[in-house]
Design a protein around this ligand. Sequence first.
Ligand SMILES: C[S@@+](CC[C@H](N)C(=O)[O-])C[C@H]1O[C@@H](n2cnc3c(N)ncnc32)[C@H](O)[C@@H]1O
Length: 299
Amino acid sequence: MNINFTIKGTLVNLIKIIAGLLLLLANPILKSNTMHTPNLLEKIIQEYTPEYCFLLEEIYGKGMMSEGEAEGIEHMFSEISLNNKKMLDIGSGLGGVALYLADTYNADVTGIDINPWMIAESTNRIPYHLQSKICYKCITSNDFLDFPDSSFDIVFSKNMLTHIDHKEPLFKEIKRVLKPDGILVITDCLSPVQGVWGPHMNTMATTDGLTIFAHTKQHYRTILTSAGFKNIEIRDDSLLYKNYNEKICNNFLIPEKKEKFIKEYGENSYQENLKSYQAVVDAFELGEVIMFRFTAYAK
Ligand SMILES: C[S@@+](CC[C@H](N)C(=O)[O-])C[C@H]1O[C@@H](n2cnc3c(N)ncnc32)[C@H](O)[C@@H]1O
């Protein structure tokens, strides 16, 4: 009697476990939120195809793959002195941020990214007058940054860290390459719940085909502290970023812009992009995502 019952129960549990595993394997976001595969970097490299990046640039402005243009960069570094600083940009993309900082503040900027074609593209774009101020390097791991100790006044990362599940080794390396009075500046999106994005962020990630990890403010604080950072400050920039995304949605609806976009990228891409940016606006409205700026000091 009970034996039958137990076997049945065990079978049901086994089926549940197998179904759960299959679901995990079938869902890239779910999967990458729970395990760190050695192929994660490769996967993210493949997600940022030239077509996708140039489309982002069309939406965000020259050289940019995230919101805000010059105003967004200024806001990211508000109250931080930038003149003549030596800076490291982690996840430099098409190079727009580094270019702006070198040109506006005479900063020396090294940009690093995992995507070799982006490094070639951004290097080609360095204007003659900034050739000695900017360089881009391809990296293959976040566990070791190939720079001597105490190399930089400022290390920063704009809209990239959400792609990294285990940030601890990178934070330790950032601490090492920062000068003792150096500062780390991060702008990125956070979730109110560790390991879980709300439905609208999942819609965005699925529509764009991006792997992003849901980490909380507290998680960042904990791992920055254990990497040795001091005076960690966090500023909520959600309203500003909600406005940026709303503006993008409104732009999509302007008839001439809509027509131009469809002509260049097709109706399907137009609808998908509109859906994705609207999902981000909704995520901000519902508190499913928080945009933050972190500053943390090496000493
Ligand atoms: C949303 S884009 C932002 C690019 C740039 N920071 C900007 O704001 O225009 C994210 C960038 O991070 C890069 N990236 C993703 N994972 C990375 C990693 N683990 N280490 C370094 N770069 C990474 C991607 O290749 C991409 O260029």
